[in-house]
Design a protein around this ligand. Structure first.
Ligand code: SAH
Length: 226
């Protein structure tokens, strides 16, 4: 029988599961502590989000190209941001920068309700027939400019930005619930400083700074198909 690329791609074998376990061990060594985050990463088949050609290296801790000049974030970065977000089951989370949808699925796997926005139509369209989407009815994808957020669905418990922000988008702060948390990599020199902003119950903001990362840029407006 002929095995097509498509058939191969959606097979989650013992080998894949073994590689994921190793990846999670590596993340633990790198300092990730939240067992719920590590569990989600162990459960989500990252190779489903990548071109079949990358199947053998999908569980290396590095970013990969997903087309349109964009990348799927490094697992360490996904784990780090997710840990900072302190995700609770049923949290309503806005993600800016759907990309491959890997980060969004990790959040959904943790029981969150996920609203993810992508500005590139080509990437957004790619996800329409993505098999894994059926598994997470509480994950919703939107085509739009993340700087605007999703006012119709606001307020959110959490906001996560997975592209390099030139500044903390004010509309997204507005769309946070009191007590809500935003995790965002903000430009600092040639890279980004991970920041966490907590909206206190009295409406004031508390800001914390973490380590540096490297993301693709968060851009204004949307990009239509050519
Ligand atoms: N979370 C993704 C990472 C994708 S890379 C994953 O897990 O695969 C960042 C993505 O942010 C890119 O797809 C890029 O097109 C998108 N992006 C950049 N600026 C944006 C904006 N203003 N609104 C929505 N998406 C944006």
């Amino acid at each position: 029988m002929e095995v097509t690329g498509a058939m191969k791609k959606y097979e989650d074998t013992y080998r894949h599961k073994g590689l994921r376990k190793k990846l999670v061990d590596g993340l633990r060594e790198k300092g990730i502590r939240d067992e719920r985050v590590l569990n989600a990463i162990e459960n989500v088949p990252r190779h489903f989000f990548l071109d079949s050609a990358l199947d053998n290296i999908a569980y290396e801790d590095r970013p990969f190209p997903i087309g349109e000049g964009q990348t799927i974030s490094q697992p360490y970065t996904v784990a780090y941001q997710t840990e900072l977000l302190n995700v609770q089951p049923m949290d309503k989370i806005l993600e800016v920068g759907t990309g491959s949808m890997y980060q969004a699925v990790v959040l959904a796997e943790m029981g969150a309700q996920v609203y993810t926005v992508e500005r590139q139509k080509a990437l957004f369209d790619k996800l329409k027939n993505f098999k894994l989407k059926n598994k997470y009815p509480q994950l919703k994808t939107f085509y739009g400019d993340g700087f605007e957020g999703l006012p119709t669905y606001a307020p959110f418990d959490k906001v996560i930005i997975t592209a390099a922000a030139p500044y903390i988008p004010p509309r997204l702060l507005d769309q946070l619930k009191p007590g809500g948390v935003m995790v965002v990599p903000v430009n600092e020199g040639d890279a980004q400083r991970m920041r966490r902003i907590t909206k206190e119950e009295d409406g004031t903001y508390n800001e914390e700074s973490f380590q540096m990362f490297s993301f693709v840029p968060m851009l204004k407006g949307v990009q239509k198909n050519n």
